[in-house]
Design a binder for this molecule. Structure first.
Ligand code: ZN
Length: 198
């Protein structure tokens, strides 16, 4: 079931639309440094894993202040932090391995999603060790069922998020919490990477 979800472009279209909504919300609020107007500074991102995505989804919605020129990177539910794979792929592959180790062999993951076995092992370790201790998860778990056990992540979380209405309401909340927990975008990142659009 989870592997089938990754074949459905509709899941990624939903995530992409949520990203656009979140970015508009952040843009409306203005620059957090000086209150200036934020302009779009989108840049292409070539995510790995998942089905081929339309061009409008292979984009990270960045923002740039018209006054102080500092950049703001709105939270994203399509991309998970700075990982190069789509967030849904990282999550669902870990669920597959966790819940049904026999149902997603190394060759299946490699052939269908282009994910190497070493990468899957790294993701599993991240979900098992890094994520449960993160500030973001500690803040988010108050919004979802307290019955989710740390040793059942991310499968327990996916069970809770099943259903479109639930996804729509909780994913943007998650993206904001995760984004806030990471702190401000380092100013050392160069604006030159961006394609500025009015
Ligand atoms: Zn500013």
């Amino acid at each position: 079931m989870y592997l089938a979800a990754l074949d459905r472009a509709s899941l990624f279209l939903l995530l992409g639309r949520l990203d656009v909504d979140i970015a508009h919300e952040v843009r409306t609020a203005g620059c957090t440094y000086c209150g200036g107007p934020l302009h779009w500074a989108r840049y292409p991102r070539k995510p790995r894993g998942g089905p081929p995505l339309p061009e409008e989804l292979s984009v990270r919605h960045g923002l740039c202040c018209g006054h102080c020129r500092r950049r703001t990177l709105p939270p994203s539910v399509l991309f998970l932090g700075r990982k190069v794979y789509l967030g849904a792929v990282v999550t669902l592959v870990a669920v597959l391995r966790h819940r049904r180790p026999g149902s997603a062999s190394g060759s299946t993951l490699r052939d269908r999603l282009g994910v190497s076995w070493q990468t899957v092992v790294r993701w599993m370790a991240w979900w098992a060790e890094t994520f449960p201790r993160s500030r973001a998860w500690r803040a988010f778990r108050g919004l979802v069922s307290p019955s989710i056990r740390d040793d059942d992540l991310p499968a327990g979380l996916c069970d809770v998020l099943q259903g479109l209405a639930r996804l729509r309401s909780l994913l943007p909340a998650w993206a904001r919490i995760e984004h806030a927990a990471r702190g401000p975008t380092p100013l050392t990142q160069k604006m030159g990477r961006f394609q500025l659009t009015p």
